[in-house]
Design a protein around this ligand. Sequence first.
Ligand SMILES: [Zn+2]
Length: 268
Amino acid sequence: MAAKTVLVLIDGVRYDALFKVNDWVGLPNMRGILNDGVLWRNVYTLEPFLTNHITQKILTGHQHYTQNYTIFQRLEYLGFRTASVGTNPWDGRGARFNFDNLYDKEHNYQSDDVRFDCACRILPKVDFVYLYTVETDEYAHVCRDAHRNIYSWESPYIWAIKRTDTRLGRLRGWLEKITRGHYNLICVADHGMTDNGRHSIGTWTMEAVTHVPVFACGVNFKRGAKVDARFYVTDLAHAIVNLYDARVPAHMFNSVLSRAAAMPAVRS
Ligand SMILES: [Zn+2]
C-alpha cells in the first residue's frame, strides 16, 4: 500500500535559510528531515514569482497550469483520498477535502497553527495532504516594509521560519504515530526572497528568489541522500504521483527512492 504522503509548501523560504537560519537559531526539524532523507540542492522555481502562479505549477506539474490536472485529481482518479489545506479553492480543485476557508488574505500570517492542526486532523482519513503555510512570506514582507534585511538580528522572518520548523516537528511526530513510520514528508518553497524581503521583482537570474529548498524523508526515500541534478518545481507533482502509481515517470525522485518502495502498487 502506498505510504501516506504530506507535501508542505513553505511560502517564501529561500534555499540558504536551511543553513543560515539553522546556524543562528537552530532548525532541528527541517535539518532532521533532510538528514534522515533527501536534500535536493538545485531546484528552481519559475517566473512569475507569485505564489498563486507557482502553487498551481507545483500542484499540476505544468507551466500552463490552468489546462492541467492537479495532484488531487490524478490521485483521486487512481482511487486515493486527498486533502488540500489552507490554499485557495481553485488550487485545491479535485481534493476530496478542500479546506480553502483557511485561505484568508487579511489574516494569513496568523493562521499557520490552524493549518497545521487541520492537516493533522484530516491525515487519518486520507492518503495525501497538501498543506500551504504562509507566515514566513508574510514576515519577509514586514522586513520589506520596515527596510530591514531579512537576515538581520531584528528580522521577524527568521523567527517565522523557526516557528514553522517547530510545527513541522509536531506534524512529523503525528505522522510517525498514526502510520507507524509508513509515511513521506516532503517540503518545498514556492519562491525565495531578496535580502530586502521581496520576490515579485525577481528575474530568472536572481538566485535568492529562484533557488528553492526541497527536502523530504520517509519510507520511500533513501537516508542522507543529496541530489545535485537540476530540477524545477514543476517536476515535483509527477514524482509525487509516481509514489502511488509506478507507471508515472518520476525523474526528480528516481535516484533517491528506497528499494523497498521501488515498485509501488496502484490500489485496485
Ligand atoms: Zn510574498
